[in-house]
Unconditional design. Structure first.
Length: 595
């Protein structure tokens, strides 16, 4: 667009147009209002970098806050539509720009970010609540537009944030159909295969005079067991009849009728593993369960147990925070918390927890569902598992494990325990964060808290019986255990540690010690393997339905991963897992909704 083509009434929006910002180089812009020009400090820069652009825009907004809601007269676009980088987008959202505001054509800022292939901007918008399924010009959603850009990562991001793969635009076209028509040959196969893995239908445009059910597959229940299997797909022949023919698995649910208002005769237990930022996998699984059941997680379960990141999510469930909101929070939080080198500063994590749960909120302020978080008491040897509860701990009759000659300070009572401190204590992963007082990460002793939670429930019920309150005892009927993703198994060549006699053996010893140390840590914190086998066996012995949901990840993801691309791929693999295990999800939902 030519310089001067746009009128002079929207400096904040104009500020987003170019990263070099020629208007703020040596002279005050002529198109700026007189009041703003008088208040604008003189800037004499021959070249202005992108961070400087963001500061200039922030300065304009601070002088005239109405600029954040300004619209350019030609396109009716807000400053957010013009943002060209993540920093600018983040600043505008922080200042109050409407994340789902539309231009004259009906496009949101997310539509523009997708059209311009700005993945970093799109991720900021999605994690701040942008509607991934918003309809813009000609009824196109961002996913429709992404098909012509051949950006596989953008397509994955939109789908994992809720974009429907079979929404029709005003011309009756679905994203899958557009991918077959518009995408370049090089990436067309990859995109179509990508869509197939999450159940995308190919849908022909509606033809006048032909009933809709003949032009496309009829909608079905998201976890229907009566869906047709996809025909063999030839990736060498890209005719339309070879496109995906798998029924929808991601539409909002029908639901069997919610039982949330009826008293259940049995209790349900939800267990959430530890795993740092990989808690996003748990969030994606919970979103699928909520979507298929039509009921909030808080109303589906009577007990929730969590370790580390699972503990934070357990508290989020307790305090009625939506999982879609927590997904955005996790993406934003990682950039605040994981800065610099390990061990990270505890301040940003603690501020995040205070902001989300309140600085003075106590564990017992919300009593349903019952929640327990695991922590490791490290002020004694051997260390002990401690449970942070929102209810009074059950009294046990078993003998103490150790002589009580040592003077050890008792843990804080639930009524005095601050929520944010409990979350901080459960997530004090060694080498990642410093200990929170005497507490270390609960994952050292119970990274998969299922057996510990079942033991706690048994002791709680036994305590009720001893107190003459047997009528309050409810049998556990369902245990749902959610993991943060299984890392791929890799071969290990050497774990031998010995006294070396030459430089070659010294190198082998160092390498062996490193591998042995990693193996010891992995064995201590392994949430899968025998821990799952023991939990499943216990449940089968006492007649409890047990569900373990934990997707296989393609790569080993660190607890402090900050790459949006890596995390989006993990969520994509979770979506694929959900689709492939839809029958198990169907069974789980039916049991959770039964009285």
């Amino acid at each position: 667009m030519r310089r001067g083509a746009l009128p002079c009434t929207w400096p904040a929006a104009r500020a987003m147009r170019r990263s070099w910002w020629s208007w703020c180089s040596t002279a005050t812009p002529r198109w700026m209002s007189l009041t703003t020009r008088e208040r604008l400090p003189s800037i004499t820069l021959s070249r202005v970098t992108i961070p400087r652009c963001c500061r200039c825009a922030e300065m304009i907004i601070s002088m005239d806050s109405s600029q954040i809601h300004s619209k350019d007269p030609r396109y009716g676009a807000s400053p957010l539509h013009w943002a060209k980088n993540a920093e600018m987008t983040r600043m505008l959202l922080k200042r109050g720009c409407d994340v789902n505001g539309t231009s004259s054509a009906g496009n949101t800022a997310l539509h523009v970010a997708v059209m311009r292939n700005r993945f970093d901007c799109a991720m900021v918008l999605l994690t701040h609540g942008a509607n991934a399924d918003a309809r813009g010009e000609h009824g196109n959603t961002p996913l429709h537009l992404a098909m012509s850009k051949d950006n596989v990562e953008m397509i994955k991001a939109l789908i994992v944030f809720g974009a429907e793969v079979d929404t029709r635009n005003d011309f009756g076209e679905t994203p899958t159909l557009l991918a077959s028509k518009i995408s370049k040959l090089v990436t067309r196969k990859a995109i179509l295969t990508l869509l197939r893995t999450v159940g995308a239908e190919y849908c022909f445009p509606h033809i006048h005079g032909v009933p809709m059910e003949q032009g496309s597959a009829a909608p079905r229940h998201p976890f229907s067991l009566e869906r047709a299997q996809p025909p063999p797909i030839s990736l060498n022949n890209l005719e339309l009849q070879d496109l995906m023919h798998i029924s929808r698995a991601r539409k909002p649910a029908f639901i069997l009728g919610s039982m949330r208002d009826e008293k259940r005769s049995h209790d349900h237990l939800l267990c959430l593993d530890g795993g740092g930022v990989k808690g996003l996998v748990i969030i994606q699984l919970l979103i699928a369960i909520e979507k298929a059941s039509g009921v909030a997680t808080k109303d589906l379960f009577d007990w929730v147990a969590g370790t580390s990141t699972g503990g934070i999510l357990a508290l989020a469930i307790l305090h009625s925070k939506s999982m879609a909101y927590m997904r955005g929070v996790y993406f934003r939080m990682k950039d605040e918390v994981f800065r610099g080198s390990r061990p990270y500063e505890s301040g940003p994590l603690e501020e995040f927890l205070k902001r989300e749960f309140g600085e003075h909120t106590k564990m017992t302020d919300v009593k349903k569902p019952k929640v327990m978080l695991t922590g490791t008491l490290s002020d004694r040897q051997p260390a002990e598992l401690h449970l942070f509860r929102n209810y009074d701990a059950p009294e046990t009759v078993r003998e103490p494990r150790f002589n009580q000659n040592v003077n050890l300070r008792p843990p804080t009572q639930p009524s005095d325990q601050l929520v944010w401190r409990a979350a901080r204590s459960s997530g004090a992963a060694p080498t990642y964060f410093r200990p929170n007082g005497r507490f270390l990460d609960g994952g050292l002793l119970a990274n998969n808290p299922t057996l510990d939670a079942m033991t706690e429930i048994h002791e709680y019920n036994q305590d009720l019986i001893r107190k003459g309150q047997a009528n309050k005892v409810k049998k556990l009927s369902i245990v749902v255990s959610l993991g943060t993703g299984r890392s791929p198994q890799v071969p290990v060549t050497c774990v031998d540690v010995f006294r070396p006699s030459n430089p070659w053996e010294l190198a082998k010893t160092v390498f062996g010690a490193k591998e042995l140390g990693k193996m010891v840590v992995d064995c201590c914190t392994d949430p899968d393997g025998r821990a799952v086998d023991r939990a499943r066996a216990w449940c089968e012995m006492v007649g409890i339905q047990y569900f373990r949901l934990n997707p296989q990840l393609g790569t080993d993801i660190m607890l402090d991963e900050v790459s949006d691309t890596v995390l989006v791929n993990a969520l994509w693999e979770t979506e694929v897992y959900i689709y492939e295990h839809r029958e198990e999800f169907q069974k789980l939902i039916q049991l959770l909704l039964s009285p």
